[in-house]
Write a protein that binds this ligand. Structure first.
Ligand code: ATP
Ligand code: MG
Length: 659
């Protein structure tokens, strides 16, 4: 006789579950995310063990959770485990919910989107994977991707992971030279691109750029070309193939390659804000576990959500939060092909209304650009579906935070200012809305995520204890998605991240821990300004000046000064339509700094400029400003990731005129 099932006892932490996964039972007292956090630091092996078992589908279980030495930089997670990340991102969801939308493609053409279901994405991925295999590509081979934001791009990325090839995505706005150097760095034999890209109503000649790049990349044996616009592009006989034509010949089934937890998954270059970009290598199990976990808990993601991370797939944010994180959780991810200002600055919010977006994840640079226009571009659309407003990439200054919170979110949504890096794989310091954490403070990424232990270290390597302190931001405990190496340059990896402060991962950023223990990023350690004996981070000064209603964006640097050690130089971009004379603006900015930071920090010189040098991912490259201010125009350093080269000349002219 069938017995009544035993009523399921609610498990600790059940309240935190969003139903995507079984919740984690880690502590035996009252459920609280603070306790969960404490537990994650007290017993990290048990914490990660339970999550890895509950959240991931393994082909063969691992023998040991971790083997990490924070002194030597030897890092291994989920030792001897075997899995395939695409099974976790596709097969298990296609099995349970084949018709659930995996990807909502928001096309560049205004008001146009197309859904792709989990079953369709799995089929497409397998077909591409079979093409790759037919082309002779094998596990461990490097494949460089130079692709527009189309669903097939996601299938191509996952196809690499399906067969164990290592993908290296190069943002499809980089020049032929930048592309070629990345191809050569990986000694890749295969490049996958598209005929053309489309962005902001303009076409981008992708195949043409690849052809130019390949003149300097003799290692490449084959180029697969996907179709976005259908434009006729030259095809080199024997070398180039139309991807869709090859796909037609292939089956929609492809067994997943069994991958060791520590086999490489992808390599990806950092943004190049502080120097030559570093080719960071990430591996399988730890990366997929951590990106899924953070996507769920940072964004309080629930079934039925439409998650819109609008980053390009060419950045780590695109890797972790357009593709791997949301797909491993089986949610719907938006693939945003356009720009925030096409056809007008209402694009995000019109899309939000049409797609019923629940979480949007963008960058400070996009927000600063959008708040230059009138609020009507936001308010005329229905944003009631939104719950979480995320941001990453640079310090989010007060004004942009307030605008995001009040204008976009109507004071109803949680702003999550997330701090992390290409090297960390996933979000590290962030408000945790699912955790009922304390209310986020403007400009503060707030709290470490589960398992993350930030420490502040002084220049001698001593840990700074207590609160209301500033120091070099390091991480003490290992976490699953930490970078394993710089591809082909392990020495540089150790020198950059593990040798500066032995026993810790060094982030290169400075941080302030306030009286309540909450974290705020003060800027890059490389950019710190030392004036009259004070060490000043760039974020605080810039944030103070950005409060002026006439200002859109600012950047500060230090340049040598006989008396002060360093003098502060401020570069200022005005909002559209501001016609006030420069003197009145400068007087206003001086007052802002005086009240916001202190009179010692008032910049010695202000330059009103039309733009700032930025990376392709929108980050201010202060090192270029420093070179200009030191009259070192010939020594700008690595400018391969500079988005807007002409602006350098504009600033230079202004500097020469006024210095
Ligand atoms: P490179 O390492 O080549 O100089 P990059 O550091 O800009 O380039 P990324 O990995 O894309 O390359 O960016 C990580 C950096 O971005 C962080 O180290 C930090 O300086 C900055 N950053 C990211 N998110 C935040 C945030 N929420 N607040 C402040 N800074 C942030
Ligand atoms: Mg960096």
């Amino acid at each position: 006789m069938d017995r009544e099932p035993v009523p399921k006892k609610p498990r600790v932490g059940e309240e935190e579950s969003n139903g995507l996964h079984s919740p984690v039972t880690l502590c035996h007292t009252a459920p609280s995310n603070e306790l969960w956090y404490q537990e994650s630091l007290k017993a990290p092996e048990a914490f990660w063990d339970q999550l890895a078992k509950e959240r991931l589908e393994w082909i063969k279980p691992y023998d040991k959770v971790m083997d990490v030495d924070m002194n030597s930089g030897d890092i291994k997670w989920f030792i001897n485990g075997v899995l395939n990340v695409t099974v976790n991102c596709l097969d298990r969801h296609a099995r349970d919910n084949p018709d659930r939308v995996a990807v909502l493609w928001e096309k560049d053409e205004p008001k146009q989107h197309e859904p792709v279901t989990y079953k369709q994405l799995l089929d497409m991925t397998c077909q591409v994977a079979n093409v790759l295999k037919s082309q002779g590509i094998r596990k461990g081979d490097r494949v460089v991707l130079y692709l527009p934001m189309i669903p097939l791009a996601i299938a191509i990325i996952l196809a690499c992971a399906r067969i164990g090839a290592i993908h290296s995505i190069v943002f499809a706005g980089f020049s032929a030279e930048a592309l070629s150097s990345r191809i050569n760095d990986a000694t890749a034999e295969t490049v996958i691109t598209a005929d053309e890209g489309v962005r902001g109503g303009k076409t981008i000649p992708l195949k043409e750029t690849v052809d130019t790049a390949l003149k300097e990349s003799p290692c490449v044996k084959r180029v697969l070309v996907a179709t976005r616009t259908g434009a006729a592009v030259p095809m080199a006989a024997g070398r180039d193939h139309k991807l869709e034509e090859l796909m037609k010949e292939e089956s929609t089934e492809c067994p997943p390659e069994p991958m060791d937890s520590e086999d490489p998954l992808f390599m990806l270059y950092t943004s190049g804000s502080t120097g030559k970009p570093k080719g960071i290598l990430h591996t399988q199990a730890g990366y997929i576990l951590y990106t899924g976990l953070t996507q769920q808990y940072v964004f309080d993601c629930r079934p039925g959500d439409v998650f819109a991370c609008v980053a390009d797939i060419g950045w780590i944010t695109g890797h972790s939060y357009v593709i791997y994180g949301p797909l491993s959780n089986g949610v719907t991810t938006v693939l945003f092909e356009s720009t925030p200002v096409y056809p007008d600055p209402g694009r995000y919010w019109e899309m939000t209304e049409r797609l019923k977006v629940t979480q949007i994840y963008t960058s400070p640079t996009a927000l600063r650009m959008l708040l230059k226009s009138t609020n009507e571009y936001v308010t005329k659309y229905d944003r009631s579906s939104l719950r979480i407003l995320g941001c990453v990439g640079e310090p989010l200054n007060d004004k942009a935070w307030q605008w995001y919170y009040t204008v976009v979110g109507e004071g109803r949504c949680t702003v999550v200012d997330t701090w992390w890096q290409t090297e960390t794989g996933g979000i590290m310091i962030t408000p945790r809305p699912s955790a009922n954490d304390s209310t986020p403070k403007p400009g503060y990424p707030m709290n470490p995520f589960f398992g993350i232990e930030p420490v502040l270290v002084d220049d001698k390597g001593e840990v700074i204890t207590g609160n209301d302190v500033t120091g070099n931001l390091c991480i003490r405990k290992p976490w699953p998605s930490m970078a394993r190496t710089i591809y082909g340059n392990h020495e540089k990896f150790l020198e950059t991240y593990y040798r500066p402060y032995p026993g810790y991962y060094f982030t290169g950023d400075g941080a302030y821990r306030d009286k309540d223990g909450h974290y705020k990023i003060t800027g890059r350690v490389d950019d710190v300004i030392n004036v009259k004996g004070h060490r000043l981070g760039t974020a605080e000064l810039e944030s103070a000046m950005n409060r002026d209603g006439r200002v859109a964006e600012t950047a500060v640097i230090g340049c040598p000064h006989d008396v002060y050690g360093q003098a502060i130089l401020a570069f200022v971009i005005l909002k559209d339509g501001v016609t006030d004379d420069e003197d009145s603006i400068i007087t206003g900015l001086k007052a802002m700094v005086k009240t916001g930071v202190g009179s010692f920090a008032v910049p010695h010189k202000f330059l009103i400029v039309p733009g700032l040098p930025k990376t392709r991912s929108g980050k201010i490259m202060r090192r270029i400003l420093r070179k200009i201010a030191n009259n070192l125009y010939e020594e700008l350093g690595d400018v391969s990731t500079l988005a807007n080269p002409p602006v350098v000349n504009d600033i230079m002219q202004k500097w020469l005129k006024e210095a």
